[in-house]
Design a protein around this ligand. Structure first.
Ligand SMILES: Nc1ncnc2c1ncn2[C@@H]1O[C@H](COP(=O)(O)OP(=O)(O)OP(=O)(O)O)[C@@H](O)[C@H]1O
Length: 863
């Protein structure tokens, strides 16, 4: 079976996919491949035939409208689509190519423009160029803020006042109008309207509007009295800061110098809304009417919080103003409450007493929010911002109830490659990743809800901060509503298509708890045990978090509902384990029952015998009057022996009873401690031992491998040229040492020869002195010549000139540094003798000194 990739990024089976993308189920490849239909239908049950695209919204018959029929479709998550109008600049750029067309108030048709990637793939026959999507309701470009509020959020406000939890989030590509929808350009969006409506409905029902009681805070978050005071100071500073903001009036609108358009803080929001809206506000939403169907005697208190998820970090936007606080922003942590629901730890919750106050708080928070100018949007949200309104229902002498309305303005998905700034690219990356996780969660929820016969998928709520904070709303703690914003520009058609594909999955999700069915075979015997165990466990597992019940007596199965899929899996494992334990306990109890009964009977019999004896003992022995000593003594002896016998019998019985009691206690203890626990502990010990053994084995293997590696390295080194070179160098070193030795010997020989010569010269001089009469001419010349030839002392000054030229190199080579000439010559000889081998020798640092013998310099100094 082929696997398709969902828009959310997770694979799912083709037959599941078929309901969503009918046309994509066609086979791919091969000449006989059937032609793809022209339209891809992104909702089950829609007509695939292309119809004429109506420019205006056409009403659909009420019977087929989602949520209006009684077929259970009302449970489905509501997904609204809002199309923003094109600006004049965009029209001038030629962005209006009719690629987005509304067929009726629930159906949208997308037609790929020529330059889009979708059109290119469609031309290759891979995808379709026309797509059809269905929504709960579609709002065209001409829709006013007021109309949009009436159709989407108005009911949510009512539900929250009835004690329900509601979430509204906007999803779409960047610059598609998400922030505009929630806040409005001049604060006319959903949120201010909701605040105004809420406070109007609660007029006269606000609990202790000026009375900040710690108990109230403690219900929202665990604060002590000191912290409450800090909160109050923070609240006042936020409100004051808003008043200090410089603003300039443009017509009826107040434009704030910070660049954020807004309402005048001193004016009434409702009046401002009425002024700025072209359409008259619906009387019910903003009129002074007290809310309908509010519980009698209940008072309300309103609290707000505002935080953002920026680059996967949570920041409290009400922490302090950026002007007051230049320090690095502190991040918030996510935690789980006792019911397992995630909540933002240490988040600031501020009590508000009017819509104006709430609005000021929101505005103060907005100044801390991360905005930046991007290629597509001058004022683009770089984070997911979450504004929550908590309504405390204060009942006299009854538990307080909290309901919540959360409005989440998601950051827009965008192409990372279009970002030229590193910071923007990082932000885009984080935004896309968290949106992808949201898509995966929604796809997994849909899979679990629509395919009950298949194994459930784990919903990856924990993969991103965004999905974790919204988790409760997807798992039964409340209901969610999605607003998809799109921009009809042709240049971002591909991104818009992806966003719509994601929303198509969301339309198929139901506002239900995650439901898992666990098949447990052979539950007949254990049903009663299960029921009794449930009662005992109920204290630890509150019913709204973890509950089970028998669904069908013939097909025993356990229904588990939990808001957290991770918990569900833990619970499943726990249930299986518990059932095993119970089964073992029950079996052992059945086996032991007859034995117990027997023992009980024996004990009863013994107790009865004992009682009888006691009674007999207590009967007073009649004392005979006026009898003789003998029979009295004999009677005493008889009664004494009888008493002794009875006493010993009693002791015996007591001992037996004690033994039996001990046995009973032992058996009871065996019964109370589930056998499986012991088995489990033993099994765990065994596993531990086995693990340790494995670890030891692994360590030994590692040591062995290390040794092998070392020997391998050695072998490797031996086999390489490096080792050979080292050997050659050692041999060369030895040769060199030998040569040095020979040189030394030669020098010694030379010294001897020179000494001999000197002696001979002296002898010759003496001889000459003794024989002055010898003829000076002829023979004199010859003697001098012969003397000179021998290099004797008298001829020394002219020795250099008279020396035969061929002798010089020999002496110079022996005394290389005696004269500059010699030095030069030695260098020349060395240079002449340079070979690659000698160069290596010189460069080697490890080489031993050239000659261990005394240096020739000492000799040179002498001669
Ligand atoms: N329905 C509308 N009518 C008139 N103008 C609109 C509408 N929707 C959006 N706009 C305008 O389009 C521009 C972009 O809107 P906005 O900033 O709300 O987009 P966004 O989706 O929040 O973008 P990002 O994700 O980048 O923050 C704004 O100038 C806004 O005024």
């Amino acid at each position: 079976m082929a696997l398709c990739l969902s828009p959310g990024g997770c694979p799912y089976d083709e037959d599941e996919e078929i309901a969503v993308f009918e046309s994509t189920a066609a086979e791919h490849g091969g000449p006989s491949r059937p032609r793809l239909p022209e339209i891809s239908v992104i909702s089950p049950g829609l007509d695939t035939r292309p119809s004429i695209i109506e420019p205006k919204l056409a009403a659909k018959p009420a019977a087929v409208r989602q949520g209006s029929s009684g077929d259970g479709s009302s449970e489905k998550v509501q997904v609204f689509l809002r199309i923003r109008p094109l600006t004049d600049t965009e029209r001038g750029r030629g962005e209006e190519q009719g690629c987005v067309a509304v067929q009726d108030e629930e159906t949208l048709m997308l037609k790929a423009p020529k330059e889009s990637q979708n059109m290119r793939t469609a031309e290759r026959g891979v995808t379709q160029s026309i797509h059809k999507f269905s929504f709960s309701k579609i709002f065209g470009p001409e829709t006013t803020q007021q109309h949009f509020y009436e159709c989407t959020m108005k009911k949510m406000v009512k539900d929250v006042l009835q004690g329900e939890n509601r979430l509204l989030y906007t999803y779409g590509v960047t610059n598609s109008g998400k922030t505009y929808t929630i806040q409005g350009k001049i604060f006319s969006g959903l949120l201010p309207r909701a605040l105004v409506s809420l406070f109007r409905k609660l007029q006269g029902r606000l609990y202790g509007a000026m009375d900040l009681k710690p108990v109230m805070y403690q219900d929202v978050r665990q604060l002590d009295a000191g912290e409450v005071r800090v909160e109050e100071i923070r609240r006042n500073s936020l409100l004051k800061e808003d008043e200090n903001q410089s603003s300039r009036r443009v017509g009826t609108t107040t434009i704030w110098d910070s660049g954020i358009g807004g309402l005048s803080c001193t004016s009434n929001i409702a009046t401002q809304l009425e002024e700025t809206d072209s359409v008259c506000l619906e009387p019910d939403s903003l009129s002074h009417s007290v809310g309908d169907n509010l519980e009698e005697g209940v008072q309300f208190s309103i609290w707000v919080s505002f935080y953002e998820i920026y680059n996967e970090f949570l920041y409290d936007l009400l922490d302090a103003s950026p002007a007051l606080q230049p320090r690095k922003r502190a991040t918030l942590r996510l935690s789980d409450d006792r019911q397992g629901n995630p909540y933002v730890k240490d988040l600031t919750w501020i009590q508000v007493r009017s819509a104006e106050e709430a609005w000021k708080i929101l505005r103060a928070g907005r100044r801390n929010q991360s905005f930046a100018s991007t290629q597509l949007n001058q004022n683009s949200s770089r984070s997911h911002s979450i504004f929550s309104i908590r309504v405390l229902h204060v009942r006299p002498e009854a538990a307080m109830h909290i309901s919540e309305l959360t409005v989440c303005d998601l950051a827009g998905s965008e192409r990372c490659k279009e970002q030229h700034n590193g910071e923007r690219m990082k932000e885009a990356n984080n935004i896309n990743t968290s949106l992808l996780t949201l898509g995966r969660c929604i796809a997994a929820l849909r899979h679990n809800q629509n395919n009950k016969s298949r194994p459930p998928q784990v919903v990856p709520f924990r993969d991103s901060k965004l999905t974790r904070v919204l988790q409760g709303f997807f798992c039964g703690r409340g209901t969610s509503c999605m607003v998809v914003n799109i921009n009809p520009c042709a240049s971002i058609y591909d991104e818009t298509l992806q966003a719509l594909k994601f929303s198509a999955i969301a339309t198929q999700v139901r506002d239900n708890a995650v439901v898992l069915y666990i098949e447990i075979c052979d539950l007949k015997i254990h049903r009663s045990i299960l029921a009794c165990r449930y009662k005992t466990n109920n204290k630890q597992c509150p019913s709204h978090h973890f509950s089970w019940s028998m669904v069908h007596p013939q097909r025993p199965e356990c229904l588990i509902r939990s808001p957290n899929s991770v918990h569900v899996h833990t619970v499943v494992i726990f249930v299986m384990l518990l059932l095993q334990c119970l089964k073992i306990v029950e079996c052992s109890r059945c086996e032991l029952n007859p034995f117990f009964q027997e023992r009980d009977q024996e004990i009863e019999a013994l107790s009865a015998a004992l009682d009888t004896r006691r009674e007999t003992d207590s009967v007073p022995v009649p004392v005979p009057q006026g009898d003789s000593e003998g029979p009295r003594r004999s009677r005493r002896i008889t009664s004494n022996s009888e008493a002794n016998r009875l006493r010993s019998e009693l002791d015996q019985c007591r001992a037996e009873l004690l033994t039996k009691t001990h046995e009973l206690i032992k058996l009871k203890m065996q019964l109370e401690v589930p056998g499986s626990t012991g088995t489990l502990t033993t099994a765990a010990d065994r596993k531990l031992e086995e693990g340790q053994r494995n670890l030891r084995q692994l360590r030994m293997d590692l040591q062995r491998l290390g040794a092998g590696l070392q020997s391998g390295e050695r072998a490797c080194c031996r086999n390489t040229g490096g080792e050979r070179l080292r050997q050659a160098l050692t041999a060369a070193d030895e040769t060199l040492a030998k040569q040095d030795q020979t040189l030394l010997e030669l020098q010694n020989g030379l010294m001897l020869v020179k000494a001999d010569l000197r002696r001979k010269a002296e002898t010759l001089a003496q001889t000459q002195a003794l024989c002055p009469q010898l003829p000076p001419s002829g023979s004199d010349t010859s003697t001098t010549a012969s003397c000179k030839r021998r290099g004797c002392g008298a001829a020394a000054p002219s020795d250099t000139e008279n020396r035969p030229p061929q002798k010089r190199p020999f002496y110079q080579s022996l005394f290389p540094s005696c004269t500059p000439t010699r030095k030069y010559n030695t260098r020349a000889v060395e240079d002449a003798n340079i070979t690659p081998y000698s160069r290596i020798l010189r460069s080697r640092q490890q080489s031993p000194p050239r000659s261990p013998a005394p240096t020739p310099r000492s000799l040179r100094g002498k001669y």
